[in-house]
Design a binder for this molecule. Structure first.
Ligand code: ASP
Length: 430
């Protein structure tokens, strides 16, 4: 047994995760066939939940410490602003390109035209109550005025902000402010604090290491649970087949064609093949957890170890990307909104399309990196272009697998930007 464990841990992580996924799917299918769902729910699924809990537990300290360490490690505030501006601009370009791509697909494929009316009313009935909740939440946000997003970024209490993983943007704000101040005080004052954060970073990374070791088991449990939960949605999936397929194709194109091409064009000495291979464990991890925040630890490790991105760039670009850069979510939102409009027979004018573009770019920035993080935000975007939020009912039933895919895209986008910035940053700082 000991020998077997030793052999298993010697296998590369992404293969371990892949084995875990396949095992989970097999267990889920067997449980469904043999009516063993309760057994699996009671004895296996909790391990998956525990694994996710551990990842959530580490998310805020990880973002906080890595960001401060990353910024404090820069030469001065000027270097920080250069790096910050470049990162934000790149994020914005990637998100906008993803939205345009999603809108292009939605407008040409027109998946909403291909759903029959009976399916539409059946779906609406099924998800009525969930949608009402999201609509109320979105209405509250919408009523707060156009500059309200600033309140979402600036917390009034850091302890409160840090008590909820979906407030990551607020934690990032505090960490960046703290780190910039740290860069600006005299070296004799900042030195012990920087040393403290360097030490904390090592400790947190060690904790991350412990958690990641449990990934194959966590992934097995999560996949088994997902297979069982998904069984009722299979019919829904085929009813909305063209829509689902449009999203899947969009995600695969961004992940396996767009990013590798960008890497080949803008990152010297990195081959597309190597990038794709290195990203497998990160993508599989994002796929099973549906959370960019939960995937941050493994993304940090992979970009530094496999893609040779320097620590200062990775620890600045990736934690920022967790909530800010969501290409998969942005593209998905565009396709989803157009789909809903088409099903409901709402013809969007050119000006509505422009609002859609801008709102989708901005709203994907505010989407928390958690499973289904996009929903309240999506409801708000829908209402802002005059589509009833109830339209969400049409897509919520098959969202989980699409969430899994878009999360994989989100984290790959962060790593791509980290690679580009790494090259530029080092070229300009040498
Ligand atoms: N689950 C996504 C993420 O964590 C967010 C979303 O699109 O719902 O990146």
């Amino acid at each position: 047994m000991k020998n077997l464990t030793k052999r298993f841990t010697a296998i590369p992580l992404y293969i371990q995760i892949l084995i875990g996924m396949i095992l989970g799917i097999i267990i889920g299918i067997i449980a469904l066939r043999l009516n063993g769902e309760k057994l699996i729910h009671d004895w296996l699924v909790p391990w998956g939940q525990l694994f996710i809990r551990l990842l959530q537990l580490i998310a805020i300290p990880l973002v906080f410490v890595t960001l401060i360490k990353g910024i404090a490690g820069l030469k001065d505030v000027q270097t920080f602003s250069r790096l910050g501006i470049k990162t934000m601009l790149l994020y914005l370009c990637f998100i906008s390109a993803s939205v345009v791509f999603g809108m292009g697909l939605g407008l040409t494929v027109k998946p909403g035209m291909l759903v029959n009316r009976e399916t539409v009313s059946e779906i609406k009935e099924r998800y009525e109550s969930i949608i009402a909740e999201k609509a109320v939440a979105a209405e509250e946000v919408k009523d707060q005025g156009p500059l309200n997003f600033l309140n979402d970024i600036v917390p009034h209490n850091i302890v409160r902000a840090a008590s909820n993983n979906s407030n990551m943007l607020q934690v990032i704000f505090f960490a960046v402010m703290f780190a910039v101040a740290l860069l600006m005080v005299s070296k004799d004052k900042s030195k012990p604090v920087v040393a403290l954060f360097n030490g904390l970073d090592d400790i947190i990374m060690k904790m991350v290491d412990f958690i990641i070791r449990a990934a194959p088991l966590g992934v097995t449990a999560l996949m088994a649970g997902l297979v069982m939960d998904f069984k009722g949605d299979i019919s829904m999936f085929s009813a909305l087949g063209v829509y689902a397929l449009t999203v899947v194709v969009a995600m695969l194109v961004i992940m396996f064609i767009f990013y590798p091409l960008v890497i080949a064009l803008f990152v010297r000495k990195m081959r597309m093949k190597d990038f794709i291979r290195a990203m497998y464990p990160v993508q599989l991890f994002a796929f099973t957890t549906s959370s960019s925040a939960a995937t941050l630890p493994i993304n940090l490790e992979t970009t530094q170890r496999e893609l040779k991105v320097s620590e200062d760039v990775a620890s600045f670009v990736l934690p920022m990307g967790v909530t800010i850069n969501m290409d998969g979510t942005a593209c998905y939102q565009a396709v989803a909104i157009l789909f809903i409009a088409q099903v409901l027979g709402i013809d969007l004018s050119l000006s509505q399309l422009v609002v859609l573009l801008v709102m989708t770019v901005l709203s994907s920035i505010g989407t928390p990196g958690i499973p289904g993080g996009t929903y309240v935000i999506l409801a708000m975007v829908l209402m802002s272009i005059g589509i009833p939020a109830e339209g969400l009912a049409l897509i919520i039933g098959i969202d989980r697998p699409l969430d899994m895919l878009r999360t994989s895209v989100n984290v790959t986008g962060d790593a791509t930007v980290a690679c580009i910035i790494d090259r530029n940053y080092h070229i300009s700082s040498t």
